[in-house]
Design a protein around this ligand. Structure first.
Ligand code: AVJ
Length: 330
């Protein structure tokens, strides 16, 4: 069995059963109980992305109503040479939450002699598969996968060489974070960087609320399945007894907070048991399961500046629905 570089000092086994499986379960359990016993019930959105959830998310990306993925990949394919040019030569690219590394590969292929690619993800299986795929497709490129949670600054590691580094953070993942959380995350990214390094960021832009709400409330009910999978996961992993039919999917745009909020609404007054803990719901009470923040070029620039980044270039689609931004670290 191979071991991979892990964030922190321990090296992680590639066998998930050896990776502190029970630790992960108890962290999940603790977060769930904490979220559901707080006055406004909430669950951390990162738990939406288990194996089942990640598969449903891939289906979301195929929906006509969900314009984000399609629009971002359109922007990429139209501007690949210009983006590669902005990144520069002899660059180390670091990708937090890289998953299957599908977005980085075409970029790495066209960049001027990229030196190293460091994908970071919590899933060793997906990372390892991507590593061998990229090494085959791009011989000569060093790939150094890191298994870790990219919200922990130590997962990014320390800069060890003098060459330019660029953090690659596409997919509107930043949207899952509140303003404060996003600033902290970007500052964490910055702690690895030095002056002249950069950030390539994908963000979803503020737009007509009808378009936004349709993207998160599709008429094929895929997003509903994605949201409810979280309850199923609790039932499965934490011995819960959520009745999935007694909750409804709700997604709405909050114009002041400039975000789409996803909730699960209790359709009746009910009691749920999780791991022996009783949770009471009133009719109409909701569990807040995800935020998806939308930016304008102005709010994005302010956020970036707060974390030490300065936008150099934007690429967007004809409807201005989505933007890729290249920012310098100073
Ligand atoms: C993966 C965070 C970009 O916020 O649009 C999609 C997640 N949630 N539909 C997003 C999501 C519901 C998605 N991100």
């Amino acid at each position: 069995m191979r071991t991979l570089k892990a964030s922190g000092n321990a090296s992680l086994s590639t066998d998930p059963e050896e990776n502190g499986h029970s630790e992960a379960v108890s962290e999940f359990s603790r977060d769930v109980i904490r979220g559901l016993t707080s006055p406004r019930k909430t669950l951390p959105c990162k738990y939406l992305y288990d194996e089942a959830g990640s598969l449903i998310f891939e289906q979301i990306c195929e929906l006509d109503d969900y314009y984000l993925t399609r629009t971002e990949s359109e922007i990429f394919s139209k501007n690949l040479p210009a983006i590669a040019e902005a990144l520069g030569r002899d660059v180390t690219m670091i990708e937090p939450g890289a998953g299957n590394c599908e977005k980085a590969q075409p970029l790495l292929a066209i960049m001027d002699t990229p030196r190293c690619y460091i994908p970071i993800d919590i899933s060793p299986e997906i990372l390892l598969a991507a590593e061998s795929r990229i090494e085959t497709a791009l011989p000569g490129l060093q790939v150094q996968p890191v298994i870790g949670d990219f919200t922990m600054p130590e997962s990014l590691g320390e800069k060890t060489a003098e060459n330019k580094e660029v953090i690659f953070f596409p997919g509107s993942t930043i949207g899952n974070f509140t303003w404060e959380q996003a600033r902290t995350l970007l500052q964490g990214f910055g702690s690895r960087l030095s002056a002249g390094d950069g950030l390539l960021l994908g963000v979803d832009l503020v737009k007509d609320s009808v378009i936004l709400e349709r993207a998160y409330h599709d008429d094929q009910h895929v997003t509903e399945a994605f949201n409810k999978n979280l309850l199923q996961r609790i039932n499965r992993e934490l011995n819960g007894d959520f009745d999935l039919d007694a909750f409804a999917h709700k997604a709405f745009y909050h114009p002041l907070r400039q975000r789409v909020e996803m909730h699960l609404v209790s359709l009746k007054s009910q009691r749920v048991n999780i791991d022996g803990v009783q949770i009471d719901f009133e009719e109409g009470e909701t569990i807040h399961t995800e935020n998806s923040h939308k930016y304008t070029l102005e709010t994005l620039e302010t956020l970036l500046a707060d974390a030490g980044f300065h936008p150099q270039q934007y690429w967007t689609d004809k409807n201005k629905h989505y933007a890729l931004c290249y920012a310098d670290f100073a």
